[in-house]
Design a binder for this molecule. Structure first.
Ligand code: ADP
Length: 625
C-alpha cells in the first residue's frame, strides 16, 4: 500500500557504478557526471562539481555551483569542490569522496593527455582504499583472476596463500551460495542482465563467514560471443547487512506499534513545483477514513471524496500556514463513511524543512467522534441549564412582585369585611368573602411557586431541629378542620408514634403536611375519610402516612403527579389547583433527607407515605469486618 520511505540507493553503490562505468568506457568525466546525477537523487536536490587545476584555478564545472561547497582532496592536494544543498551534513558523504577524488584526478590527467604512471588498476585501488571494496578482473580463457590481492587481504589471507583462479576463489565461497553465484553470472553472460550482481558468503581466514556483494560486467567477448574478460568490484557488506537487518527489525517494530495505535500515523511530503504526496501511512489509515484497505493512496484522491468541501477548505488553509511558517498543522474535520455515518477526525502534524523546496510532515490522525459528541452534549446541557436558571429567576421575581399587591388586596378586603363604621350588606359580605378566598388561593399558589424556584436554584435554607411529627400533625389537622367539614370528609389521627422525633425543619414539615392533607380532602368525596398515622419504619427511620378514601390516581398518572404543573386527570377540572403542591412536597422532603412514596387505586383511595430520618434512631447496621 505504501511507497518505500527510504530510497534503496547507497553512496557505495553510486561509487561502484561510477568506477565500473569508468572501467568500462574509460571516460572519467562521464563517470563523474553519472555519479553526480545519482548523488542528486540520493540527496533529493541538485548538486554540482567544480574541478580545480594544479594552481587552484577552476578548470570546469558540472551541474550547479551554488549552495554548500565541500572540498574534494586526494593525493595531497585539493582537486575540486562538491556543491551541496546547504542542509546536507558533509560528513555523511565520506564513502563517496575517495572515488570522486580518484575520478577527478583521472579526468585532469585525461584532459592534459598525461598517462597515469600507475595505470587504471592503481588508480582504482587508491580510490577504494579503506572502503572495504576491491576490484577484480577475470580472464575466462585461462581462468586467471587478476588484481585480487586487496580482496585476499580483506579476507585475512596472505597473497600467496590462495591461488588466483576462479576455482581457487570458489573454494572460499559458502557451498550453499555457489549455485546462485554461477546462475547470476550465466544470466549476465546470456545478456539477460546489464550487470552481474550477487551477494554471497566468503570464508575469512579466521573461520568467520563474511558477506560479499559482487558486481561485474563482461567487457570483452570472443567473436563467437563467448565471454572473454570480466571486470568487477567486490565489497564486504557484512556490517551493512547487520545494520540493514537492525533497521528492518526497527521498521517492523514500528509497524507493529503503528498497528496497535488507534489512529493513523503518516508522513506527508510537499515538494515545490511537484505538489504533495503521502509517503507513508500506517495500516489503520483506511479504517480511520472508513475506506477500503487499498484506498489511502499517495495522492489522497479517495480520502478527499469523503471529506466535505467546507472542511477541506479549512484543512487546506491550516496546511498552507504550516508550510509557510513551519508551525504544527492541527485540524479537526468530518468524514462521511460509506454507510452514511459522520465521524469527526482530529489531525496533527509537525513539519520539517528537509531540503530547499522539500517539506515533510510527521503526524497522527485519530477518530474523536465520541469526544466531540460528549462536548456537544455538555454544551447543550450548559445551555439548557442557563435557560432553566433564567426561567427560575423570572418566576422568582414575578412571584415576589405579585405578592405585594395581592397582600394589599387581601388586607383591604378583610378591613371591609370587619368595617363596623360602614358595614357591608349581606350580598357585599358574600362577594367580599369570595374575593378574599380567591386571593388566599392565589397567595398560596404564589408561595408554592416561590418555594419551587427557591429549591430549584438551591436557595432554600432549612433549619433542622427535632420535630414531634405526631403533635405537628394534630395541629395541622385542626387547621384543616373547617375545609374537611365543608367537604364532608372525616379526618382522624391514629394513636402511636407520639414520642417519635424527626430530624427536620418544623415550618417545612408543616407545609408538607398541609399539602398532603389538603389534597386528601380535595380529591375525596362526601362521606369519605382521611387517616393520618406516624410510626417507625422497618429500617429504623420514621414514616408519616396520609391515607384517604378518595378518587384515587390511575397508575399511568402516578409518575407524573410529582412533576411541576402536572395535574393528571384534574387538568382543567373544577377542583382548584395549579399542580405545584406535590412537587414542592417532594423537593422539601428530599431536602430533609427523606422521600415520598404513593400507593393508589382509582375509586378506592390513595396513601402518601413520607419517610424521614428519626432522632435517636439506632445507627444503620455495620457490615462485619
Ligand atoms: P394540585 O392539587 O394543585 O393539582 P398537586 O401537586 O398537589 O397539585 O397534585 C398533583 C395532582 O396529583 C393533582 O392534580 C391530582 O390529580 C393528584 N393528586 C394529588 N393528591 C391526590 C389525592 N390524595 N388523591 C387523588 N389524586 C391526588
Amino acid at each position: 500500500m505504501n511507497p518505500p520511505v527510504r530510497p534503496t540507493l547507497t553512496l557505495e553503490a553510486i561509487a561502484r557504478d561510477a568506477l565500473l562505468h569508468h572501467l568500462d568506457r574509460g571516460d572519467a568525466r562521464q563517470a563523474l557526471s553519472l555519479a553526480l546525477s545519482a548523488l542528486a537523487a540520493w540527496l533529493g536536490g541538485p548538486c554540482g562539481l567544480t574541478s580545480l587545476g594544479a594552481s587552484g584555478e577552476v578548470r570546469w564545472t558540472e551541474g550547479p555551483s551554488q549552495g554548500h561547497p565541500m572540498p574534494v582532496a586526494g593525493l595531497g592536494r585539493q582537486l575540486g569542490h562538491l556543491w551541496l544543498p546547504a542542509a546536507q551534513p558533509p560528513a555523511s558523504l565520506a564513502p563517496l569522496l575517495p572515488t570522486l577524488a580518484a575520478l577527478l584526478q583521472r579526468e585532469a590527467a585525461d584532459a592534459a593527455q598525461v598517462a597515469q604512471p600507475d595505470g587504471h588498476a592503481a588508480l582504482l585501488r587508491a580510490a577504494l582504499a579503506g572502503s572495504d571494496t576491491f576490484t577484480w578482473e577475470w580472464n575466462l580463457d585461462n581462468d586467471w583472476l587478476g588484481d585480487i590481492d586487496d580482496g585476499l587481504r580483506l579476507l585475512g589471507y596472505a597473497i600467496d596463500e590462495v591461488g588466483h583462479t576462479q576455482d581457487d576463489w570458489d573454494r572460499l565461497i559458502h557451498p550453499d551460495d555457489l549455485a546462485a553465484n554461477d546462475l547470476a553470472f550465466q544470466r549476465h553472460a546470456a545478456g539477460e542482465t546489464e550487470i552481474y550482481e550477487h551477494t554471497y558468503r566468503a570464508r575469512h581466514r579466521n573461520g568467520e563467514w563474511r558477506w560479499m556483494l559482487e558486481r561485474g560486467r563482461i567487457v570483452e567477448r570472443h567473436p563467437d560471443g563467448r565471454p572473454r574478460r570480466v571486470v568487477g568490484t567486490q565489497v564486504d557488506v557484512t556490517e551493512r547487512r547487520a545494520t540493514e537487518r537492525a533497521a528492518t527489525e526497527a521498521v517492523q517494530r514500528l509497524e507493529q506499534i503503528a498497528r496497535q495505535v488507534p489512529g493513523m500515523l503518516y508522513m506527508y511530503e510537499l515538494r515545490r513545483g511537484a505538489g504533495g504526496s503521502l509517503r507513508y501511512s500506517s495500516e489503520r489509515g483506511p479504517a480511520v477514513f472508513g475506506l477500503p484497505q487499498t484506498d489511502v493512496q499517495s495522492d489522497l484522491s479517495a480520502v478527499w471524496t469523503v471529506i466535505p468541501e467546507e472542511d477541506r477548505q479549512q484543512m487546506y488553509r491550516a496546511f498552507l500556514l504550516s508550510a509557510r511558517t513551519l508551525c504544527d498543522w492541527t485540524c479537526e474535520f468530518r468524514v462521511r463513511r460509506p454507510d452514511g455515518e459522520w465521524r469527526h477526525l482530529s489531525a496533527r502534524a509537525t513539519p520539517e524543512r528537509v531540503a530547499d523546496g522539500l517539506t515533510r510532515w510527521y503526524g497522527y490522525i485519530e477518530d474523536v467522534t465520541e469526544r466531540v459528541q460528549l462536548e456537544e452534549a455538555r454544551r447543550d446541557a450548559a445551555l439548557a441549564s442557563a435557560a432553566n436558571r433564567a426561567k427560575t429567576e423570572f418566576l422568582s421575581r414575578m412571584s415576589h412582585e405579585l405578592r405585594t399587591p395581592l397582600n394589599a388586596v387581601l388586607g383591604f378586603t378583610q378591613l371591609m369585611e370587619i368595617d363596623h363604621a360602614d358595614p357591608p350588606s349581606a350580598g357585599q359580605q358574600r362577594r367580599l368573602r369570595l374575593v378574599r378566598e380567591a386571593g388566599e388561593h392565589l397567595l398560596t399558589m404564589i408561595g408554592d411557586l416561590l418555594d419551587l424556584t427557591r429549591i430549584e436554584s438551591g436557595g432554600m435554607a432549612l433549619s433542622f431541629e427535632p420535630v414531634a411529627v405526631h403533635e405537628l400533625a394534630a395541629q395541622t389537622l385542626e387547621m384543616m378542620r373547617s375545609a374537611a367539614l365543608v367537604a364532608q370528609v372525616q379526618m382522624r389521627l391514629l394513636e402511636g408514634g407520639e414520642t417519635l422525633l424527626a430530624h427536620a425543619d418544623r415550618t417545612r414539615m408543616r407545609q408538607v403536611l398541609l399539602n398532603l392533607l389538603s389534597n386528601a380532602v380535595k380529591y375525596n368525596r362526601p362521606g369519605g375519610s382521611v387517616t393520618v398515622q406516624v410510626f417507625v419504619a422497618a429500617g429504623g427511620g420514621m414514616v408519616l402516612e396520609v391515607a384517604d378514601t378518595g378518587l384515587g390516581i390511575a397508575a399511568p398518572d402516578l409518575p407524573l403527579i410529582f412533576e411541576p404543573f402536572q395535574r393528571g386527570p384534574h387538568a382543567g377540572s373544577s377542583i382548584e389547583g395549579a399542580g405545584i403542591g406535590l412537587s414542592v412536597t417532594r423537593a422539601l422532603v428530599s431536602l430533609m433527607q427523606g422521600h415520598v412514596q404513593v400507593h393508589s387505586q382509582p375509586g378506592v383511595g390513595s396513601r402518601f407515605a413520607v419517610s424521614l430520618p428519626r432522632v435517636g434512631a439506632p445507627p444503620p447496621p455495620q457490615s462485619a469486618t
